[in-house]
Design a protein around this ligand. Sequence first.
Ligand code: HEC
Ligand code: HEC
Ligand code: HEC
Ligand code: HEC
Length: 164
Amino acid sequence: MFRAPCNRAPAIVFGVIIFGALFFGPWPAERLAADVEKTYVGAKACEECHEEEYEHYEKFAKKAHSYSHIKTMKKGLTEAEFRSCFECHTTGYGQPGGFKSEQETPDLKNAGCETCHGPGSVHVETQDPEDIKASLTDEECGRCHNSERVKAFGYKPLIYGGAH
Ligand code: HEC
Ligand code: HEC
Ligand code: HEC
Ligand code: HEC
């Protein structure tokens, strides 16, 4: 008679495991899958829903022409030196789904929206603000606008900085 509660112990343990698996299990896996799937789509793919940002970017941002700027200097450079420009002057170079070459990935040849907002493939599908990076810090700009270049060009970029 006193043993009755003890007999339930396996059932309780089993219940806790199932509950735990259902409650905690799917979430990290789902999030991981979403991260893995995120690839680059290029600035043009943002136009239909963010027309204003896109137009401002195309009109005013030097990033919208960053590939032509390195291309005009290509003549004096070795192939390796030219490739070293891609990291900052193109979109997602060296990352999954990022820029490879002008021929293979023409939509990613300039430093597009996703250089700041991160890969947009999932957001383009879901339209969920959660799937795209919106708030940025100076450090993230500093990845390309490093101190050497800030000195060379004589100013420090400000957040928003003429992007749109
Ligand atoms: C099919 C429509 C659609 C496309 C394509 C799209 N977006 Fe969005 N985006 C939305 C909607 C809807 C929102 C949420 C409402 C809003 O803020 O306008 C949003 C919000 C955002 C935000 C703000 C997020 C926040 O937390 O406030 C950013 C940044 C953004 N989009 C960037 C992009 C970029 C970069 C691209 C291209 C890679 C893109 N979007 C393509 C529909 C789209
Ligand atoms: C992936 C590298 C990269 C990142 C990250 C980056 N930039 Fe840039 N940015 C560039 C390049 C390359 C140029 C020069 C393009 C050219 O003229 O060829 C540039 C140009 C600029 C300019 C010059 C003015 C203009 O018309 O575009 C400003 C201002 C600027 N960036 C601000 C920012 C800010 C603010 C951030 C962070 C929110 C940022 N950038 C992040 C690569 C980057
Ligand atoms: C570490 C990131 C980075 C690398 C690598 C890089 N650049 Fe840049 N480049 C920038 C940034 C940032 C700017 C914008 C500076 C500004 O306006 O403050 C810029 C601006 C320029 C400009 C001026 C464009 C204009 O007319 O406004 C030229 C030209 C240029 N880079 C060529 C090159 C070449 C060629 C290479 C490769 C040999 C290269 N860059 C490699 C970050 C980089
Ligand atoms: C130089 C970096 C940079 C580039 C390139 C860039 N953005 Fe942004 N974007 C920002 C910053 C910074 C914000 C402001 C986030 C905040 O409010 O804190 C922003 C905000 C936004 C928002 C939210 C609404 C708003 O205006 O505040 C949308 C939508 C957006 N960007 C779309 C785009 C699209 C589309 C492109 C390409 C055509 C693009 N962005 C290119 C830096 C950038």
